[in-house]
Structure formats: C-alpha cells, structure tokens
Design a protein around this ligand. Sequence first.
Ligand code: NDP
Length: 252
Amino acid sequence: MRNNVFDLSGKNAVITGGSRGLGKSFAESLARAGANIIIVDVVRNEQTEKEIRDYGVSCETIPFDLADFDHYAELVDTVISKYKKIDILINNAGIQRRHPSVDFPKADWDLVQAINQNAVFFMCQAFGRHMIENGYGKIVNIASLLSFQGGFTIPAYTAAKSAVMGFSKSLSNEWASKGVNVNCIAPGYIATEMNTALMNDEVRNRQIMDRIPAGRWGNPQDLGGAAVFLASSASDYINGHAIVVDGGWMGR
Ligand code: NDP
C-alpha cells in the first residue's frame, strides 16, 4: 500500500515487559508493521525474540529490572549508542497484587507504585528527553479500565493506573509541540497470566463475562491495532488520549 500511514519501517521501538503477555503481542504487532524491537524485561525470552525476528525486523532483549531507577540513564545510553534513535516507547510492564484494602500490605503498595506508576513516568522522562532532542517520538503508556474505575481488592493497582492516565496528559501538554505524542491504551479484561486468579474464580469470571458486550475475554492480539495506530503517523494529531479496548465494558 502506498503512503501507508501505519507503516513503521525503519522505526525503533522500546517495549517494556515485551517478553510475554500483552507486551509480546505489542512487539509482534509493531514488528509486523516494520519496526525494530528492543525489549526491556527482567528475563530474556529467546523464543519471543525469534518469533519477532521472523517478521524481518531486528529484535533483542535488554535484561533490566524497572525497579532499578538509578540506572535508567545508563539504559537509555546503551540503547541510543546502538540504535542512534528511539522512535517509539511502549510502557507495558506491570504487576498486580490483590488484598482486601483493610489488610493491604505497605510493601505490596510500594512495589505496585514503583513498577506500575514510577517506572512508567521515569521511562517517559528518560526516553522523552531523547525524543524531544530528535523532535519526534511516540509514547504509549498502558493504562487500564482501573484508570476509570475502582475495582475490588486492587487499590494500589487502581491508584497507579489512574496516575498513569493523569500524568500522560501532563506530559502530552508539555511535549505535543515538540513532536512527541504521549497517549495511553486502556485494555479491558484480557486473558494473560496476570488474570489467571480472576479467570479461575468462577463467580468473578461469570460477573466479568456477563458485563462484556462482546461476550468474551480479550486476547492480547485484540490490542495490536491500537498500538500500531498510536505508534504511527496515523495518530500525529492525537495527544493525551486513552484508547479503551474492552469489548464494550465501559459502555455498559
Ligand atoms: P503479564 O504479567 O503477563 O506480563 C508482564 C510483563 O512485565 C512480564 O514480561 C514481566 O516480566 C514484566 N515485568 C514485570 N515487572 C517487571 C520489572 N520490574 N522490570 C521489567 N519487566 C517487568 O502482564 P500483562 O501482559 O497482562 O499486562 C501487561 C500490561 O497491561 C500491564 O501494565 C498491565 O497492568 C496492563 N493491563 C493488563 C490487563 C489484562 O487484562 N491482562 C488489563 C489492563 C491493563 P517477568 O516475565 O519477568 O515477570
């Protein structure tokens, strides 16, 4: 297709938590559109790398714990010295901790904020600086329905995901005029390891399914189109937005 606004050929994309789950699916979707993939994850997954290279792009993993805030600058230097420019950043890595709010342990609260909120902001800052210098960048932060709603027994996750949607707008206000788009994807209920407990809970699983107009849990692949859209020039005039991909949950 000529003048394909979704084409990502020659673009370099950093994806956190890209070894498995939604992150892997984002990596595959961007690779299919032509982007080279740099996965930032705790552990390297060679099978994922191979599957992504099969799309004819490069793919490597930089093993890195996003809780290691003191080394973000080093991470950026490592990536830039090899790739020269980073065009796309998808802040996908996230964790979940479930406890009734009256018993929510401080350690779990802090851990969820560290990975789901602080890491997202400081990765935006670290790579955003570079993108501003280049006058070009697409940042996609993975929010959640819990950026809009409260949920049950997940107050730390809800706080963090609400923050991500909020500060994505703040960054967008500062960076839109500098050629850097900051947006979010808010996935609905997607069948990944993170939701195993929920899917195995017969009552909650039924309640969730009953509310999804599409009548099914989402698959990681359901999010690929939104990711390519926000990573491509098709979304050049979209700033500070959150695309909800939820089979209709929010409209119910
Ligand atoms: P998974 O648990 O399946 O995968 C999370 C990925 O993040 C893993 O690769 C994991 O690495 C990585 N990760 C976790 N902690 C760190 C860390 N400290 N440093 C580097 N990488 C880390 O989650 P999902 O794929 O389901 O979720 C991906 C994102 O989407 C999350 O932000 C989540 O909150 C969000 N989301 C998911 C929904 C869903 O229904 N699944 C709904 C709404 C939002 P490792 O393999 O080492 O654990």
